[in-house]
Ligand binder design. Structure first.
Ligand SMILES: [Zn+2]
Length: 245
């Protein structure tokens, strides 16, 4: 049975209660914990997993979550160590600092893309990564070396303008077939093991995405375009968020 993903409905749910459905061991000897629902984000969409603690109902023992994975059936596996009892009620505590950093980095990637759209660049979005050691968005696009510095400046200014203006993001669940109305780009490989959802960054800029997002774009802070590299029809825009990477 698929795990209920509490973080999908809410921008910053970091705590909650759940029931332990199974406790087993993974191949590396870690304990693999499956709950009926979770607010722990499993790695996906270029965003890193949450860490944190899962406490017994009495609060006197803690399971330490080191890694979180979503399997093809939509079941979330919490991997880690610590005492835990099958069938018990537990309290979930996501490491807020780590989640916030990952959320700001991830949302910054979408704002870079929004800036690219506002600048009218005919670039087709491809993959992205939003990890503290590696944050970039990649496009099917070619950029002449002579134009790189100019475009770095343009994207950075346009992205920071969006952040500084601020706007509330909105979560909407909808079938993939309806996403094209709100989203510039709807990839044909949208995961089917979790509910289909878009996040509207502005009324005309939605993103099909199951990651965690800032509630207001101003929460991203200061964004820097650190590098653009264009090679063999792929243009990679690397970025950093102040205080994260
Ligand atoms: Zn996303």
């Amino acid at each position: 049975m698929a795990t209920e993903l509490m973080y999908l409905n809410d921008f910053d749910v970091l705590t909650g209660t759940a029931r332990v459905l199974s406790v087993s061991a993974d191949d590396d000897g870690r304990t693999d914990l499956v709950l009926d629902r979770t607010c722990f984000y499993p790695r996906g969409g270029g965003q890193d997993w949450d860490m944190g603690r899962i406490l017994s109902s009495t609060g006197d023992t803690a399971f330490v979550v080191e890694e979180v994975r979503l399997d093809p059936e939509g079941v979330v596996h919490h991997l880690g160590a610590g005492p835990i009892t099958e069938g018990g009620e537990v309290s979930l505590e996501v490491d807020a600092a780590r989640r916030t950093a990952n959320t700001r980095l991830h949302s910054a990637g979408h704002v870079v893309d929004l800036a690219v759209e506002r600048l009218g660049l005919p670039w087709v979005p491809g993959k992205g990564a939003h990890y503290p050691h590696m944050s970039f968005v990649e496009y099917n696009a070619t950029l002449a070396p002579a134009d790189v510095d100019t475009v770095v400046g343009q994207i950075q200014r346009a992205a920071q303008d969006v952040i500084d203006a601020g706007s509330s993001n909105e979560i909407r669940f909808m079938p993939v077939s309806e996403m094209g109305e709100f989203c510039r780009n709807v990839p044909d490989n949208i995961p089917t093991n979790k509910p289909a959802r878009i996040v509207l960054y502005t009324p005309d800029f939605g993103v099909p995405c199951g990651g965690t997002h800032v509630k207001d774009v101003s929460d991203i802070g200061t964004l820097t375009i650190t590098k653009i590299r264009s090679k063999k029809g792929l243009t990679k825009v690397s970025y950093a968020v102040e205080g994260v990477n």
